[in-house]
Write a new protein. Structure first.
Length: 158
């Protein structure tokens, strides 16, 4: 639908709010039955921790800051991930007092499978769009992500 059919920005915002859950389901429903079985009882919050550990090991403080949750909540999620074999605690090579949480081999394998499944889901969703539309969509997302005053930096989500 063209933006020319909308009378004002407020209507566009309302339409975005209507579409957001639909797009979230369409773009987020990427767990194959195999991945669901492998996940077992891993929660969405634990998946967020796994995602943040992808680039490398983090301390509980770093992970808490990245996720914007308390250290106790992060530690509880870490304990569950370690018990499930998706993460492991490692001593910091520069400071023996510091413990870092890292993905285990199983966690890295799962992360790769999850990424591939998610990529396939997004590619499938984008099939109805032209390359120009996908480019424009990504450009809008990059603009929103770069905005330092965006929702992630405000107390709205709290």
């Amino acid at each position: 639908m063209s933006t020319a059919t909308w009378p004002d920005r407020g209507s566009l915002v309302e339409r975005f709010l209507e579409l957001q859950p639909v797009l979230g389901r369409r773009l987020g429903a990427c767990l194959t039955p195999e991945l669901r079985e492998e996940l077992g009882s891993v929660t969405i919050h634990q998946l967020q921790v796994v995602k943040h550990l992808g680039p490398g090991p983090l301390t509980m403080r770093e992970l808490s800051r990245d996720l914007d949750v308390s250290e106790s909540a992060t530690t509880a999620a870490a304990d569950r991930l370690v018990r499930q074999g998706l993460a492991e605690r490692r001593a910091d090579p520069t400071d023996r007092r510091v413990v870092r949480l890292a993905l285990s081999e199983r966690g890295r394998s799962f992360t790769e499978k999850f990424h591939q499944a998610r990529r396939g889901q997004v590619e499938k969703a984008f099939e109805v769009l032209s390359d120009a539309q996908v480019g424009a969509f990504v450009d809008v997302l990059e603009t929103l992500a770069a905005d330092p005053a965006g929702p992630a930096e405000t107390a709205i989500a709290r």
